[in-house]
Write a protein that binds this ligand. Structure first.
Ligand code: SF4
Length: 293
């Protein structure tokens, strides 16, 4: 049993191996919903053979529109020991994965670090997160994680309150991303174009929110210049019976182009997506027999 302050929710809640009383309701033992090759991350993460993606159960942010609500809101998944995870990581490496991705792993930071002491995969390790992280927890990952893949979702407090029930998303995430960049510096790529070290910031455009997107892109440029790549995502699909007004539709072509134009005008480097990616069939299958290598 320990008292948890791992994420900015800062619950100070008790977490035992089998029970969690904090906002995330997660026990300290790892819960995982999928461990499998994943081909649909950005090219420097997935390459041609894929990233070995470990989707952890639960989320410390829980956006109302989440595409993966069965794991982020409802904590679906099965318990994993550190030994079991290390063996699964070995299998992913044997399958030829370019990278290993830990997705929404913050509530299990200690268990992940202990797993890596047991077996450190010989490929870049990616920390894929909502961006809503404390600098203290990120400092514990310094040297263990090679690549950070944070979201940068909201700029206005009113928007993060509406979507995730927190006023401080931007303030906290801005500091977290600066810490990630401090640790990893400018991106480094191998001969196959895989990022071996660095930070890649993801931004999902929301319908009716191009002003938010432009404010965030401007912050990236003002803070890092054009040194940090950005993945501009247009695949928003209304999910999880989202009831927030305005979020019940997809992003229009016009909205997407407006944000893309801003990214280009700032000279930010990075990645964009095809409109076909806005389909729910891109959502992986969780917590079924075929979900685990
Ligand atoms: S990881 Fe969970 S229990 Fe710990 S501070 Fe965050 S929400 Fe609370």
């Amino acid at each position: 049993m320990y008292i948890c302050h791992l994420c900015p929710r800062n619950c100070g809640a008790a977490r035992s191996e089998t029970e969690g009383k904090g906002f995330c309701r997660l026990p300290s033992e790892m819960r995982i919903a999928r461990i499998a090759p994943h081909l649909w991350e950005e090219p420097p993460i997935s390459g041609t053979r894929g990233t070995g993606a470990v989707f952890f159960s639960g989320c410390t942010l829980r956006c109302v529109y989440c595409q993966n609500a069965e794991i982020s809101h409802r904590n679906e998944g099965r318990p994993f020991t550190e030994y079991e995870l290390s063996e699964a990581l070995r299998r992913l490496v044997d399958m030829g994965m370019h990278t290993i991705s830990f997705i929404t792993a913050t509530p299990y930071t200690d268990a992940v670090l202990r797993t890596l002491e047991r077996y450190r995969p010989p490929v870049p390790l990616v920390w894929n997160s909502s961006g809503y992280e404390t600098v203290e927890t990120l400092r514990r990952l310094d040297g263990a994680i090679d690549v950070y893949l944070p979201d940068l979702k909201h700029h206005a407090a009113s928007m993060s309150r509406l979507c995730a029930g927190v006023d401080d998303y931007f303030e906290i995430t801005a500091k977290a991303i600066q810490e990630m960049v401090r640790q990893t510096e400018s991106p480094v790529y191998d001969a196959e174009g895989i990022m071996t070290r660095g930070t890649l910031i993801r931004h999902l455009i929301l319908p009716g929110s191009t002003g938010e997107s432009r404010a965030l892109l401007n912050w990236i440029y003002d803070t890092f210049g054009d040194s940090i790549p950005v993945s501009l995502m247009r695949q928003y699909v209304p999910c999880n019976n989202v009831s927030v007004p305005g979020l019940n539709r997809r992003v229009t072509e016009r909205e997407y182009l407006r944000v893309l134009e801003c990214m280009r005008a700032l000279g930010l480097q990075g990645y964009t997506q095809d409109s076909e990616s806005a389909e729910t069939e891109f959502v992986p299958v969780f917590n079924q027999a075929e979900s685990f290598v």
